[in-house]
Design a protein around this ligand. Structure first.
Ligand code: 13P
Ligand code: SF4
Length: 367
């Protein structure tokens, strides 16, 4: 969840309004400042960022690649063009003297907001009351640092959509049950892929008494999935795949594993944003793809690979509105702050949270 306390704590430079500076001038000034501060600033961007922002990034990647890039960088300022949990992760992975800047503090993630620290503690207590089996907590990287710390304290690991399979296997070697949060779909899709049947999985809903589960269901379940989802990937469904296949059977449907189970089952391929990019890049000219992921990435792929036919799986635009909050204007504000030695929107995770969350992050990076 976005920490409003942190928002208030940060010193804001005056907002850059269109009256003060036109869109063209914003772009010009960012290029100038990027050149002038090139030894001091690294710009990271997630694949879902809009092209207007991507043009300025030094490195673009999926959640795992961005986390690894942040870890190996030495540059004093990292402007993170992504969402809040990614900037928090970058802060924990970088050195103390480095500062991570999120150009718009309201760029959160609706999925990450679906699990709070108190809710997870309550869930853990409920599960422990009903089973003596060892439970390993696994969290998708799309969550707050507080939740990552909970996982570290309880000997679990973080995962991303690129490594969920490996991490779940690791968890199952260490415990009889897994608690997977906050994305039920990534958890269900990956566990099913690993041969775990749907009957062995239950969904814990934090808004219901006992998570909506009976003591028997908790005892019997191997995988306890959190009732969370991505509002963007919810926009894709199996009937869209049926329609595309009816009119164009040769079209390959490729979706992100944050899509629901029926959609992933009906698709030809599924994987992280990097997997989607690599698959399309390697496909022969003339291939046709219907892609179930965020629209900025789909449009970018369609514009880049003009020898292939690339469309969105959904007939409407599935846009991540929080990723979209990062605009060149706010990027310029970030640069101006750095230049005047008054960096704004600095994301800092406290030491105690970092200590435990790093345990879970290191587990992921080592597995
Ligand atoms: P990846 O880039 O890791 O596939 O994740 C997608 C996503 O939803 C990021 O929030
Ligand atoms: Fe969160 Fe979904 Fe946006 Fe990714 S695409 S940042 S999971 S809301």
């Amino acid at each position: 969840m976005i920490n409003l306390h942190e928002i208030n704590k940060n010193e804001h430079l005056p907002q850059i309004t269109p009256e003060e500076i036109s869109d063209e001038k914003v772009i010009e000034e960012i290029w100038q400042l990027k050149e002038e501060l090139k030894d001091q600033v690294l710009i990271l961007g997630h694949h879902y960022q809009q092209d207007e922002v991507i043009q300025f990034t030094d490195f673009t990647g999926d959640s795992l690649a961005l986390a690894k890039k942040a870890k190996t960088s030495d540059i004093p300022y990292v402007i993170f063009c992504g969402v809040h949990f990614m900037a928090e992760t970058a802060d924990m992975l970088t050195k103390k003297k480095q500062k991570i800047i999120l150009p718009d503090l309201m760029a959160g993630c609706s999925m990450a907001d679906m699990a709070t620290g108190d809710e997870i503690e309550q869930c853990w207590e409920t599960l422990k009351q009903h089973t003596e089996e060892k439970i390993i907590p696994i969290t998708y990287i799309n969550c707050t640092a507080e939740l990552k710390a909970f996982v570290g304290k309880n000997d679990g690991s973080i995962c991303t959509s690129s490594n969920a399979r490996k991490i779940i296997e690791w968890g199952l070697e260490r415990g009889e049950k897994l608690l997977f949060f906050p994305d039920q779909h990534l958890g269900r899709n990956t566990c099913f892929d690993l041969g775990i049947s749907l009957d062995e999985m239950v969904v814990y809903n934090p808004h219901l008494v006992n998570g909506g589960l009976t003591p028997e269901q908790i005892k019997k379940a191997k995988i306890i999935l959190w009732h969370g989802f991505c509002s963007v990937h919810q926009g894709f469904n199996a009937s869209q795949i049926k329609n595309i296949k009816a009119s164009s059977p040769e079209t390959i449907v490729i979706v992100h594993p944050e899509c629901n189970f029926e959609t992933v089952q009906a698709a030809d391929l599924n994987g992280s944003t990097s997997y989607i990019i690599d698959t399309i890049e390697k496909a022969p000219a003339g291939s046709r793809f219907a892609v179930g992921t965020e629209i900025n990435l789909v449009n970018r792929l369609a514009a880049k690979y003009t020898d292939k036919k690339i469309i969105s799986l959904a007939p409407y635009q599935c846009l991540c509105t929080t990723m979209y909050r990062i605009r060149p204007r706010w990027l310029l504000n970030s640069f101006r702050g750095i230049k005047s030695n008054r960096p704004i929107n600095v994301i800092e995770v406290d030491q105690d949270t970092t200590k435990y969350a790093m345990k879970a992050l290191n587990n992921m990076l080592e597995i």
